[in-house]
Design a binder for this molecule. Structure first.
Ligand code: ASP
Length: 454
């Protein structure tokens, strides 16, 4: 039994949805279909989720919502017409959106979550209607009815353990289940969405709950590349990758699969296959618990930007019990999570995602570190990138860090930070944003130059 999740571009228009139906029909073990909201049809297009955010903001600011509402309904109308469905489904969708726009707006986060979620919710209704119309008996299932319970974090909810038990009963359905991605409900019945791109997470939760044999994640590329193809020319395609490797890569820039989506399937050892809706016969990339060793110690290199560094120095910091805790506590109180904390004897850097910072927060943090921790130097630096070299083969291959550092030095860029995770599956370099692309290319040449046989 397979759970098949189709991303935004796979359900962006009628033609794509016909491909989805053909894929599901071709394999009777595809019992569960999880769908995103319609994504971009072409580069300059807007995702329905983004149209919905615009609609929500207009409603919050008491602007006229008619045009924005029409933009959303028109996307579904175009799809429904292309699929030969009658007007009924469009009326259902329009009615649903009108009700959502009239909901209470005193809690704007809650209102926006509810608006955003309609993208996948209505698409699931539409797709299930289409499946049924072409002789594939299907049933739309709402996450509330199915018991996908989540915690109360707006825009980044997480499933609660009982969600898995609740959803496991879906196994008994005789029809194909079409399930909307991206959201669940708190125990009090409040709708909460996952992070952006979070339909992958729903697919993974459903796959774990029904104990699927495979979680298929359909997107618009044949496989996961070992480096960003927009930066590196024709990078190597990855056939097989472990959960740990994928986790490290998707953390820093591999947007093909949401990093939070790995956990549910990983815990139950369910393999994942990333496949292409536009070329379903291509084998795709498999994510598994263990893979055969290949000749390369490195599986992939990712790069992501938008990092800031908080630098703190104080003489004899190493002897001061609790210094690190107190520093991190200040960040905790500002609701900031951190990524790495490389340190020396008398100094420590805390690396975090810049989007969490504001000028006021930075000033408050600097002030507190100076006054409460009596540090000598405290400052923020911005515009950093993280380049992460990932591979299961790295922990028994000597000299790898030296090779990576030498490759970076060839670009003339300065390494601001090096961090090797304890699992030795990854090696992270903090570098200035302006050097990101050339470093990625140089590392790619270092680790993925053609292997000579013999
Ligand atoms: N539609 C949502 C987004 O655009 C979730 C998803 O597609 O996975 O982020």
């Amino acid at each position: 039994m397979k759970v098949s999740k189709f991303g935004g571009t796979s359900v962006a228009n009628a033609e794509q949805i016909k491909k989805v139906a053909a894929i599901v029909k071709a394999d009777s073990s595809r019992k569960f279909v999880v769908v995103s909201a319609p994504g971009k049809r072409f580069d300059a297009d807007k995702k329905v989720t983004d149209l919905l955010i615009e609609l929500a903001n207009a409603a919050i600011h008491k602007e006229n919502v008619e045009e924005k509402l029409k933009n959303v309904v028109d996307r579904y109308r175009e799809i429904a017409e292309g699929l030969g469905l009658d007007q009924t489904i469009c009326d259902v969708i329009e009615q649903d959106l009108r009700i959502r726009t009239l909901e209470n707006k005193s809690n704007t986060e809650l209102f926006i979550d509810n608006m955003k979620a309609s993208g996948e919710d209505n698409n699931a209704k539409l797709i299930s209607a289409y499946f049924t119309s072409v002789g594939m008996p299907a049933q739309y299932v709402n996450p509330k009815t199915a018991g996908l319970v989540v915690n109360d974090l707006p825009e980044r909810a997480q499933a609660l353990p009982e969600a898995y038990d609740n959803l496991s009963t879906l196994r008994n359905s005789s029809e194909i289940i079409v399930f909307p991605g991206f959201f669940g409900y708190t125990k009090d019945g409040v709708l909460r969405t996952f992070e952006r791109g979070g339909s992958d997470i729903t697919g993974s939760i459903v796959a774990a709950a029904v104990q699927a044999d495979l979680y298929e994640n359909f997107t618009d590329v044949d496989s996961v590349f070992c480096a960003n193809p927009r930066v590196v020319n024709s990078p190597v395609e990855i056939e097989e990758i472990t959960y740990r490797e994928m986790r490290e890569l998707s953390y820093a820039g591999f947007s093909v699969f949401h990093d939070e989506a790995l956990m549910p399937v990983y815990k139950r050892g369910i393999p994942v296959c990333i496949k292409n809706t536009n070329n379903p016969s291509a084998p795709g990339t498999k994510i598994v618990a263990e893979r055969k060793a290949n000749r390369r110690p490195v599986t992939g290199i990712s790069a992501d930007n938008g990092f800031s560094i908080l630098y703190v120095s104080k003489y004899l910091m190493n002897r001061e019990i609790g210094f690190g805790r107190k520093l991190l506590q200040i960040l905790e109180e500002e609701h900031i999570s951190y990524e790495h904390t490389p340190s020396g004897l008398d100094d420590i850097s805390v690396i975090m995602r810049s989007h969490q910072l504001t000028t006021e927060k930075e000033m408050r943090i600097i002030d507190r570190v100076l006054n409460e921790l009596h540090a000598e130097d405290v400052h923020f630096r911005h515009d950093f990138s993280m380049i992460v070299v990932v591979g299961e083969g790295m922990n028994n291959s000597t000299g790898l860090a030296a090779r990576a550092a030498t490759a970076i030095s060839r670009t003339g860029a300065n390494i601001e930070m090096i961090n090797q995770g304890s699992s030795e599956v990854s090696l992270a370099f903090g570098v200035h944003r302006s050097n990101e692309d050339k470093i990625l290319r140089e590392l790619y040449n270092e680790f993925f130059a053609p292997v000579t046989v013999g």
